[in-house]
Design a protein around this ligand. Structure first.
Ligand SMILES: [Zn+2]
Length: 225
């Protein structure tokens, strides 16, 4: 189920693979499966809308309309679902805060990741570390020329060209640049895991409407003292 697992202080995080589809209607059952595999009792998710709203959650079962979910509640797992967009985990080990973010093309331009980082800083976050997960790479994510230009105008680091020479965007590189500009320590674990090229993952570009969703997961555990 988990393609990658890692930890940052008392924060655990993971990225799932296509062995579990988190887009299905029976979402409570599949969420339960993820929760059991991850060893958490409670999970919070969001209804992702390609916006830049950042929401703090403290209970499971809610599904706010947002693209960034943050919490300070120990044991409450957070889940962000993707299939080509960039999943990001934000870990604040010293102040015990955690978040997950969904950033596609629109989220990159509207700054959902910087917004989430700012919200953590407002709550006193000092050192923030980010895990940037698997996503469509800059050589596969073809866009109409005007759209690619608009992305590059907003975030120059996202400028890219497909492997066949047409306009593209590297959303992951753009997100990494936004994080670095806010002095976040970046672990780009998805740099070589393109969803279009790696069949262990779901990809909307490769599979169309039939594509499932994989997830990034994060939870605060009780800190060791
Ligand atoms: Zn690719």
């Amino acid at each position: 189920m988990f393609l990658l697992r890692d930890a940052c202080g008392s924060i655990e995080l993971a990225f799932t693979d296509r062995s579990i589809d988190l887009s299905t209607a029976a979402v409570d059952d599949t969420l339960g499966e993820v929760a059991r595999a991850a060893g958490v009792d409670a999970l919070a998710t969001m209804h992702q809308v390609h916006g830049n709203d950042v929401v703090w959650v403290d209970i499971a079962g809610t599904q706010p309309k947002a693209d960034a979910l943050l919490t300070d509640v120990v044991g409450l797992g957070l889940l962000v679902r993707v299939a080509d967009c960039v999943p990001v985990v934000l870990a604040v080990p010293d102040e015990q805060l955690v978040g997950v973010v969904h950033s596609g093309r629109q989220g990159l331009v509207s700054g959902v990741v910087p917004g989430a980082v700012d919200a953590l800083r407002e709550r006193g976050a000092t050192r923030i570390e980010a895990w940037v997960g698997p996503r469509v790479c800059g050589h596969c994510y073809e866009l109409p020329a005007a759209m690619a230009a608009a992305v590059a105008d907003a975030v120059p680091e996202a400028r890219s060209t497909t492997s066949w020479g047409t306009p593209a965007a590297d959303i992951g590189a753009g997100v990494v640049a936004q994080l670095s500009a806010r002095e976040v320590v970046v672990h780009d674990v998805g740099a070589d895991l393109c969803t279009v090229e790696d069949e262990r993952l779901f990809s909307y570009r490769r599979e169309g409407d039939a594509s499932g969703r994989f997830a990034a997961f994060a939870v605060l555990r009780v800190a060791d003292e």
